[in-house]
Design a binder for this molecule. Sequence first.
Ligand SMILES: [Zn+2]
Length: 386
Amino acid sequence: MKRRCFFHNSHHTKLLTEIIHIAGMDKHKIEWSICNQCCLIFQSNSLSRSSLNLYYKKNITHFNDKDKPSEDKIYNTNRQLNIIKDNLKKFPNSVLEVSLLNDYNLKKYKLCGARKVEGLEPNKIISEAINKKKVFKVHNSTIENFRFKKKYDLIVISHVLEHLMNPLNVLKKCNKSQINGQHVLLEVPLFEALNRYKNGALMMEHLSYFNEYNFLKLILESGYEPIYISKIYERTLMPFITVLAKKSSNKFLSNFSELNKISFKNQYKEAKKYIKKNKSIWKKIDQKLSKFDKKRKTYIYGSGLHASLLFKYTNIEQKFNIVGFLDSSKSKNNTKFKNYLIRNPNINNISRKSNIIIASISSEKTIYNSLKSFRKKGINTYCLYS
Ligand SMILES: [Zn+2]
């Protein structure tokens, strides 16, 4: 669907268009642009709300108590808890976290002293699993559809705003539900220092790509005053910006528009440079592919956007006899990616004298490690990056 900058509804400049294949769904055209007024990079042509909902339903891994939180999850939760503890005199009494995936953070808020801890979770299976334990109240809703009945001291919205069609309306709604002095903790990927981004930073799921300027604009226009801002460039998966802000009736917007022009020029230049760099990365990957065993039957592990780009920017289909896809997401099993069947990565499902090429950036290492028993049986497993 066609979209405009949610701040301005004004003109934008196109950056990139991709036709992408999504497992179990049709082809889609995604277009990225930059707003001429506020330099927000956003999807000017995105999946429709209903297609995105379907995609999330298929791709979100369900809650499992036995799963240990990852090292990253533990680090990020502690980091956010410390921001709250360091900047507020008292830990908030009531906390609402938006989009949970599991109850790990809720438990931590309680340990820090919050008395009323609630969550919002769009996925029905996850919210039911947490509610069943009768410790935390989880509302099965998106933030867009949620109707506030309480005034939470702190609303945590971490890695959610970049997925929303209109984050400004959502934050305004949060603001309206609170009283002056109550807080929000907001975090999104920071679309600055783009040389630190890996291949594939322009994602199908991310509708907005904030720099500091337009992220603060979003927060200020929603009626919040930032009281803490941090940018992390190296320790996290990609650069992050985190802001703790309080509802305030002060007007802070006055000096902001002057930054505008410099910001647009820089952000446009950076984005163009990044897209160019991406193309050269694909070229290198194509050269790397030439070194893999081409006589064997080949499976591609991973059927996300990255696989779609791999097929577009390299000659992988011409180079290899591709016989199918592997993907650990159960909901994708027996669906198709282009004309290829997606199977569960079970060693009995695939032939022994074959290749597996891993098509994932963030999970490449984890997938590679999970294929140890496959290598023992004589199957070649290939990484594209490491
Ligand atoms: Zn704009």
